[in-house]
Ligand binder design. Structure first.
Ligand code: ATP
Ligand code: MG
Length: 220
C-alpha cells in the first residue's frame, strides 16, 4: 500500500486552494517543499517526512479522500455538494476560496418575468445537482445542460438562457455582458477527512486538524 499507516496524505488542487491552504499548513508546522505551479510532480514532499501532498483536480479531491488514497483534503462546498460527501467527515470550514454560487443571464434577458410566466429555461452549468435542486425548490422548469468550463459563453451563443456558476468579483460576468440575478449559496472550502483515517490515524491527524481550525478562524 502506498498510503501506509506511517504516512498522512493531503489532497489539494492547484491554484487558489493550494495557495490559501499553505498558511494553514504553516500553522501546523508543515512546509510544502515544491510549488505545483512550477513543478510537474503530483506528489509533493513536505518538511515532515510523514506528511505528503498530492495535487489533483478540484472536483477529484472528495474521491481521493472517500477511497482513502488521501487521508484528508481541501474541497470547495460547490464540489462537495456535487459529490454528495459519501465517506467523508467534514469537521472544519476553512473560510478560504470564498465565493458564491449564482444564476446569471445575458444583460437584456428579463429573468424575473420569464420565471413569473413559467417559462422553461435552458441552463448551462458544471453544477448540475446544485442547479437542479435550486430550480426545483423555486418551482422553475429547467433543461440543464452540463458543461465543463467557460459557462459564460452559453447565453452569448444561444446555447442557454442562464448559467449557474461561481462568482466572486463578478468581473468575468461583466466582461461577457452577463448579470447575476440570483444567489444560490455562499461557498468556501472545507477540510474533508477519510472516516477510517480519522479513527486509525487520529493521533497524527488531530494536531493538524486543531492547528487548521485555529488558523482558519482568522479567515472568518
Ligand atoms: P479546473 O480549473 O481544474 O477545471 P476548477 O475550475 O474547479 O477546476 P478552480 O477554478 O481552481 O478549479 O476552483 C477550485 C475551487 O475554488 C472551486 O471548487 C471553488 O470552491 C473555489 N473557487 C472557484 N472559483 C472561485 C472564485 N472566483 N473565487 C473564490 N473561490 C473560487
Ligand atoms: Mg477553474
Amino acid at each position: 500500500m502506498s498510503n501506509t499507516s506511517q504516512q498522512l496524505t493531503l489532497a489539494l488542487s492547484k491554484g487558489r486552494i493550494f495557495e490559501e491552504t499553505l498558511p494553514l499548513l504553516e500553522a501546523a508546522g508543515i512546509t510544502v517543499s515544491e510549488n505545483p505551479e512550477s513543478s510537474r510532480k503530483l506528489i509533493l514532499p513536505t518538511n515532515d517526512p510523514n506528511v505528503r501532498v498530492i495535487i489533483v483536480r478540484a472536483s477529484d479531491v472528495p474521491t481521493y479522500v472517500q477511497y482513502g488514497a488521501a487521508d484528508f483534503g481541501v474541497a470547495g462546498k460547490d464540489v462537495l455538494y456535487e459529490h454528495g460527501g459519501e465517506g467523508l467527515y467534514q469537521p472544519i470550514d476553512l473560510n478560504i476560496a470564498k465565493c458564491r454560487m449564482s444564476v446569471a443571464v445575458r444583460s437584456g434577458f428579463d429573468y424575473e418575468t420569464a420565471v413569473r410566466h413559467g417559462a422553461r429555461l435552458r441552463v448551462v452549468t458544471k453544477y448540475v445537482q446544485t442547479a437542479r435542486e435550486h430550480f426545483a425548490s423555486k418551482g422553475v422548469h429547467v433543461d440543464l445542460i452540463k458543461l465543463y468550463g467557460s459557462m459564460e459563453l452559453g447565453p452569448l451563443v444561444g446555447l442557454a438562457d442562464a448559467i449557474v456558476d461561481l462568482v466572486s468579483t463578478g468581473s468575468t460576468l461583466r466582461a461577457n455582458d452577463l448579470v447575476e440575478v440570483e444567489q444560490i449559496m455562499d461557498i468556501s472550502s472545507r477540510l474533508v477527512v477519510n472516516q477510517a483515517a480519522l479513527k486509525l490515524k487520529r493521533e497524527r491527524l488531530q494536531p493538524i486538524l486543531e492547528a487548521f481550525e485555529k488558523a482558519s478562524k482568522r479567515n472568518s
